[in-house]
Write a protein that binds this ligand. Structure first.
Ligand code: GDP
Length: 442
């Protein structure tokens, strides 16, 4: 998971602060030195770190903070606020103007995830009731056109291409095509290069001039850390970006790019890529991201994800069962299939305050094959056993293992997992039901 190292370090630092009844200026200084190191290690831009620490320090050594009843908490809140601000403050929405079609131009280096991301973006826009047209302007890599066509087909969005023609002509022609085919947003997938070069920039400038885009979005790979920020700066200087999409934030990135891009370039991060699947694109919320980085979870995103992939009536019924402890192994199986539809389990669990760390490494145990095993085991039980797993004794376990082609250990493991999940899901329902009342900082 992204930010893992940073989150661990910050939590250690804050634990020490929280443990103190009284905090002196010297304590703040020591803590800030540690925060500074943690940020630098996470590959946050040097200058950004310096400004950030100064701002936090200025606010934290104020009289009210140090003399308050909960100085440690107050300082954490200041760090949270400043981190949110650093990443842009609030969500930065797409600005699609009023002309039809609107034009989004996606730019970036090769391998950043540009083609995948334009498809994800198109899918998001379709969900909002828009009618996008994807346009293949990357004419140098023949496979790129094919790739876009395949993705377009998967999401049911048409793709406009003109083979290896001049990209500027293609971009211009795509606007006419959109108009005459009732498409209201054109998304241009432009060519990338391995490195920034003049030829690339020249071509992009020409496309920009020809189609006057509402949005010029840079797609950058979060895994490249400081490089991502340098790339963003270069593209912004030459093209004038309107926003950044940071991809591969699901990977093992230290997170520096997410924390530095806005401060260095002035361009807001609008979306983040959280996986290879076409629905793994999230709107970037600086406050929620700060909360995740500080290890405070992200209940709002979790609830939204749940709402998007659960049938509400079913979910309510499930919640009732969990509360009343009537949750059976059949429900468990169904629940697991639904949770899997929400995205990688590790990511989901990371959004639950305090749970992310405990459940590290659970991903490995939870692959597709395991799901098939679990299904087989549960299907080999009698209805009575599914409702009352307590009755499953040694001889029943043997029978179930035989019936499902698994081993008794597998049956044992499932029963244990079921028990743990029962507890975990009760925690989740308790938490989400509090969300409306509390809001803000978890
Ligand atoms: P392009 O050269 O910039 O068009 O890059 P592609 O769209 O071909 O993507 C390059 C690779 O990155 C592909 O294997 C994608 O599946 C992968 N990729 C793109 N976005 C993400 C993301 O958010 N997370 C992960 N894990 N992989 C991604």
């Amino acid at each position: 998971m992204a930010f893992e190292g940073l989150t661990d370090r910050l939590q250690d630092i804050f634990r020490k602060l929280r443990g103190k009844g009284k905090i002196t200026e010297e304590d703040v200084k020591v803590a800030m030195r540690e925060v500074r190191l943690a940020l630098l290690e996470a590959d946050v831009n040097f200058k950004v770190v310096k400004d950030f620490i100064n701002r936090v320090k200025d606010r934290a050594v104020g009289q009210e903070v140090l003399q308050s009843l909960t100085p440690g908490q107050q300082i954490i809140k200041i760090v949270y606020d400043e981190m949110t601000e650093l990443m842009g403050g609030k969500e930065s929405k797409l600005n699609l103007g009023s002309k039809t079609p609107s034009v989004i131009m996606a730019v970036g280096l090769q391998g950043a995830g540009k083609t995948t991301t334009v498809a994800k973006l198109a899918k998001t826009l379709v969900k909002q009731g828009r009618r996008p047209l994807l346009v293949a302007c990357d004419v140098y890599r023949p496979a790129a056109i094919k790739q876009l066509q395949v993705l377009g087909e998967q999401i049911g969005v048409p793709v406009f291409s003109m083979g290896q023609n001049n990209p500027v002509d293609i971009a211009r022609a795509s606007l006419h095509h959109a108009k005459s085919n009732n498409r209201d947003i054109v998304i241009l997938d432009t060519a990338g290069r391995l490195h920034i070069n003049e030829e690339l920039m020249e071509e992009l400038k020409n496309i920009k001039e020809a189609v006057n885009p509402d949005e010029i979005l840079l797609v950058v790979d979060a895994m490249t850390g400081q490089d991502a920020v340098n790339v963003a700066e270069a593209f912004n200087n030459d093209l004038g970006l309107t926003g950044v999409i940071l991809t591969k934030l699901d990977g093992d990135t230290r997170g520096g790019a997410a924390l530095s891009v806005k401060a260095v370039t002035g361009c807001p991060i609008k979306y983040v890529g959280m996986g290879e699947k076409l629905d793994a694109l999230e709107v970037f919320h600086p406050d929620r991201m700060a909360s995740r980085i500080l290890g405070m979870g992200d209940i709002l995103t979790l609830v939204e994800k749940a709402q998007a992939s659960f049938d509400e009536k079913k979910a309510r019924e499930m919640e009732r069962k969990i509360r009343k402890q009537e949750f059976t192994l059949e429900d468990f199986l169904e629940q697991m299939q639904q949770v899997r539809a929400m995205g990688p389990l590790e990511e989901i669990l990371g959004m639950i305050p305090g749970l992310g760390k405990q459940l590290k490494g659970m991903k490995a145990e939870f692959d597709e094959k395991e799901l098939a095993h679990i299904e087989a085991i549960i299907k080999s039980m009698t209805p009575e056993e599914r409702r009352n797993p307590e009755i499953i004794n040694g001889s029943r376990k043997k029978r179930i293992a035989r019936g499902s082609g698994t081993r008794v250990q597998d049956v044992n493991r499932l029963l244990k997992q079921f028990e743990e999940s029962r507890k975990l899901m009760k925690q989740i329902t308790d938490l989400t039901s509090k969300k409306g009342k509390k809001g803000g900082l978890p």
